[in-house]
Write a protein that binds this ligand. Sequence first.
Ligand SMILES: [Zn+2]
Length: 309
Amino acid sequence: MNKADSQSELLDFPPHLPLALRNRTCVYCGLALMPRDRTREHVIGRCFVPDGKLQGQWNLILNACRPCNSHKADLEDDISAITLQPDSWGAHGHADVAAIENGHRKAVHSRSRRTRKSVRDSGERINIHGSLGPGIHVSFQFASPPQIDDHRAFELARLQLTAFFYMQTYNSETRQGGYWLHGYHPIMTANRSDWGNPLMVRFMRTIESWDCRLHAVTADGFFKLVTRKHPLAETWAWALEWNHNRRLIGFFGERDPAQDIVNSLPRLEAKTVYQAPNESLSYRVETPLGEDDDTLFLVFDDETALPDD
Ligand SMILES: [Zn+2]
């Protein structure tokens, strides 16, 4: 496997065309592909974003083995349906009526792997009844939209990042791409209503001066990705946004430089609202991110210059 070329330039893609590779090894597991187990893989699944959003827009298409392709499609199915649902207040991060309707349809047809029910019926509710002393009864009810398990979200992110890294290190003579060395270090995922939490904001500010290695905003903004390289180490920071709804952040590559940054990020404090001998309930207030403060996916042609007004 090739080590990533640390000199690789930021790539510019024609925004209206997918990039198609004829790679000989599975992009995800590196297996040499025989014709019978070779599948064409759309790295941003056509069904992952709302229907038709990738029509005439940039995507990455390459070869993958059948088991890897199915594994990724399974992750995409409910993660797509769930990230197309409104938040607890019924709001979407976009005003695209067709995408909202598409989200309704997906909620009926897709099954949440977490609740084993349809996404439509997977909103979560917690009822707490208790007593704080003689005659003092308390009752709380919390409701949330359908949730995805973080480990599944991070696994889908890992596959997408692996494919883009493979593309960036692709050798058209050997028809193979490379893989990052060391590890994959996801940090957190957050719903839109929490993109401004102190940890996400510090991460964004820490990496914004790093050299941008890949910047992809496609499917009318329903898919966003940025990777930036640590100035001194073989460590990359990455951020993804899916369906204007969910962001994920982390690193890949050398662990220690990533760990140093993670150690410097603020801890997110939870407040305990209810405590009984055998149970307790804590919550953390979410912090939205103002549009003017959001630079996570902003990349300027000359990053040393300020953007034009
Ligand atoms: Zn594979």
